[in-house]
Design a protein around this ligand. Sequence first.
Ligand SMILES: Cc1cc2nc3c(=O)[nH]c(=O)nc-3n(C[C@H](O)[C@H](O)[C@H](O)COP(=O)(O)O)c2cc1C
Length: 343
Amino acid sequence: MNLYSGLLRPLAFRFDPEWVHERAMGAIERGLISVGVPEDPRLVTTVAGIKFPNPVGLAAGFDKNAVAVNQWHRLGFGFAELGTITPRPQPGNPRPRLFRLPEDKALINRMGFNNDGAEAIAARIESSFPKIPLGVNLGKNKDTEAADAASDYAKSFERLKDLGDYFVINVSSPNTPGLRSLQEKGPLLEIVDAMRAVHATKPIFIKVAPDLEFEAVDDVIEVVNARKLQGVIATNTTLDRTGLKGDPNQAGGLSGAPVRTKSNLILRHLRENCDPTTSLIGVGGIFTAADVIEKFRLGADLVQLYTGWIYGGPGLIPQMLTEIIVEMDRLGMKSVREFRTAS
Ligand SMILES: Cc1cc2nc3c(=O)[nH]c(=O)nc-3n(C[C@H](O)[C@H](O)[C@H](O)COP(=O)(O)O)c2cc1C
């Protein structure tokens, strides 16, 4: 029990989740929250040619509008993924659209890519001084026809290409109608080729849904191989509601503890079937250092979290990093990649 879990979280959880999120973002943006962050050369990880001070990142959706780019390193994150960003600004779905499931250590959201649009967000990143690598997660506007999706991704990429260290083709959010069908080979190749016409080498990752059959994951792998993309992010939120203790019966994507096993199965399938040079970012259901290490064992090069951070609070990342260092000491490891082969 700490200040967060004993006092602040119970208080915050009495209010509307999105309202609390906005207040918390305001405090983070103004630099009101910071923690001591453990540093260790063994946590430094190079992936897709990018050097990360540690391999634990903030997942997409938390800082959709890049308002706290200067702050995330002060909370311990080794990188932050901004967005999802669409070419034009859009309001997202009507509120309420974010729900807590405390009994299940989960959230359901149907935000629907609310964001300020590529131009405003690019200007904001341009006036920031990030101390950690930035991922930039791209999506399509709700009112863009599926057939025109590729040009949406290319347009945002054109404006943002120099402002991120890696880029993400998000084709896995459940809250934009038709988006997930872009995970199929044909549409995905169109998106990748439109982006590669804008910039030939910037690292690009594809973010996949946990609800894909392995055959569908294999199609994504084919695209990654065919176009020599840097990697895959596994996974986004799930539509599956199996096994929930307290289902609020709300439409949207489920995140947190209930998505962990599904995400891990996809991650393992990816590691077993991708080229060893393909980088994998594991996300879904991370609450503890053990959850992080499990993803490293399954083949993740980096990890990210969102829901676990809401439940764990600002002390979580330093605590995780400390525990990972202790475990590396115990096993005599020099890099987190060695977890993959450790018994
Ligand atoms: C409120 C909320 C908003 C999210 N928005 C996005 C988004 O805009 N783009 C995206 O790729 N993923 C988004 N995600 C998914 C997370 O990045 C992550 O993939 C997923 O929640 C699983 O990780 P977790 O269990 O640690 O939350 C969102 C998740 C939540 C809870």
